[in-house]
Ligand binder design. Structure first.
Ligand SMILES: [Zn+2]
Length: 281
């Protein structure tokens, strides 16, 4: 029984403010400790449930947030960036089930620190429907034949997962009270709930089914600025469908994640790009 865990930061109990999730922020060291402890709860639950191995992918921001010295030594840790498959790096057909810990709601709606991959994208859609990071990574897991068994985070992301993938278990560790405010479970109780759920999910890992895949997809990304969309338009295969929207027709989830990563960088370049271009003249 091999378990894969992708851990984000925004959906961890006790985390709700920007200075907690950005390296250098005053609250960041406290958030690292909370993220590490909740990850340990998921690792412990996985082993309680019969896991033989656990791979943890640090999936937030710089992807180097977990405090390795404090992590359960039974797990392997994948960290650093860039990683080709981003939040799903290292997830292979060797895994029996995937757990998404500390996940958050997508851009454009409610939810604590809601965004979709880049804090600069105003929306990401697949076949016209807004998607969350959980949705995209669930599809990636399916390409490896791996089901997702558990998503944890605030009430908004858990509600969305319940609606779109009712087979996946969820643990609500906090209620959203705005983009940067929450009513959180005490972290110790959240860890108990995450550990229990991880154990339950791993025990019945063979009852979960991978998400359904299609042969082709339309990926749309709404960029923060026109300059960002202009950069993104020059990526081969892209189509500019409105001032800030880029569209790609793709036949693989790997390519969806790859293009999200490229557009992530171009969105940042598009914010600073006006200055860069002007200074070259
Ligand atoms: Zn994150």
């Amino acid at each position: 029984m091999q378990v894969y865990i992708s851990v984000d930061m925004e959906g961890i109990a006790g985390i709700a403010t920007l200075d907690q999730i950005v390296r250098g922020g005053q609250g960041y060291p406290r958030a690292q400790a909370l993220m590490t402890a909740e990850t340990n709860a998921a690792i412990a639950g996985a082993f309680d449930g019969g896991a033989d191995s656990v791979l943890v992918n640090d999936s937030h921001g710089t992807m180097d947030n977990l405090i390795h010295a404090d992590l359960d030594p039974r797990a392997r840790i994948l960290f650093g960036s860039p990683k080709l498959q981003c939040m799903a790096e290292g997830l292979t057909s060797d895994h029996d089930v995937a757990l998404f810990i500390g996940y958050h709601a997508p851009a454009g709606g409610p939810g604590v620190l809601a965004h979709t991959f880049s804090s600069l994208f105003t929306d990401v859609r697949l076949d016209g429907k807004s998607v969350s990071e959980s949705d995209v990574n669930t599809l990636y897991a399916a390409t490896a034949g791996v089901p997702v068994g558990l998503v944890t985070g605030d009430d908004v992301i858990c509600g969305l997962v319940n609606a779109s993938n009712p087979g996946i278990e969820t643990v609500v560790v906090k209620q959203a009270h705005g983009w940067s405010a929450t009513n959180s479970l005490p972290p110790s109780l959240a860890r108990d709930a995450v550990r229990d759920a991880a154990k339950r999910v791993v025990q019945k890992a063979d009852t979960f089914k991978p998400a359904e895949l299609r042969d082709d997809w339309v990926l749309e990304i709404d960029h923060p600025t026109i300059t960002a969309a202009e950069f993104a338009e020059s990526v081969p295969g892209s189509r500019r469908t409105s001032a800030r929207t880029i569209e790609h027709r793709l036949d693989s989830v790997e390519d969806i994640i790859g293009l999200i990563t490229v557009n992530y960088q171009l969105a940042s370049a598009g914010i600073s790009g006006i200055v860069t271009i002007a200074s070259r003249r």
